[in-house]
Design a protein around this ligand. Structure first.
Ligand SMILES: C[S@@+](CC[C@H](N)C(=O)[O-])C[C@H]1O[C@@H](n2cnc3c(N)ncnc32)[C@H](O)[C@@H]1O
Length: 181
């Protein structure tokens, strides 16, 4: 949790253009039926989009109350529940969830036990979809030294117990699909 996103800058997270650069179907196309957790939901651009596509219960979880307050101001879809919590201590029992998505958060929680915790709350066959910034110099996004390369992400998710079933670049980002198998 060494580099948490500055809530003062949250407007950039609300830019609807993000949904063109990273269409929500890139996330939802991998999810399995059941409860979905959006870990590090911020002000909820992707949480709401996932909720619309999936139709079932979606949990938007974030560490920072400012993010959840902003999400409430923007409007929370009926099938979304907001929870303030930290990734390394999720308030769910073993195997309680079937899918977790996390967009641009891995570099903020990497190494703090969150991936192991996500593995715990996902049941057998549960899916984790991660998107994060490629580890390259860019004008946007987190500084290079905060970024986690796709190779590091693969190693971290595998160490947490996951099988990586898909890994590919998505413009300035990469996508990693991991299964609790
Ligand atoms: C870059 S923002 C991305 C927000 C959202 N996923 C999006 O793409 O619009 C990262 C978010 O993750 C949250 N976050 C970072 N570390 C976290 C942790 N360990 N547990 C829960 N939330 C975390 C931050 O508070 C912030 O809202």
């Amino acid at each position: 949790m060494s580099h948490v996103f500055d809530p003062e800058k949250l407007k950039v997270l609300e830019d609807a253009g993000r949904l063109e650069e990273l269409p929500v179907e890139e996330l939802t196309g991998h999810l399995v039926p059941g409860d979905v957790l959006d870990l590090g939901c911020g002000p909820g651009l992707y949480t709401s989009a996932v909720a619309e596509v999936m139709g079932g219960r979606v949990i938007g979880a974030d560490l920072q109350p400012e993010m959840l307050d902003r999400f409430r101001k923007r409007g929370v879809p009926q099938n979304v529940e907001l929870v303030r919590c930290i990734g390394r201590a999720l308030p769910y029992s073993d195997g309680a969830l079937t899918s977790v998505v996390s967009v641009h958060v891995l570099h903020e929680f990497a190494g703090d036990g969150t991936l192991e915790e996500v593995y715990r709350v996902l049941g057998d066959g549960g899916v984790l979809v991660l998107v994060d910034w490629r580890k390259q110099e860019m004008e946007r996004g987190p500084p290079l030294e905060h970024r986690i390369s796709v190779e590091e992400a693969r190693e971290m998710t595998s160490s947490a117990g996951f099988s990586v079933v898909e890994e590919r670049p998505l413009g300035p980002f990469y996508l990693l699909v991991c299964v609790n198998a």
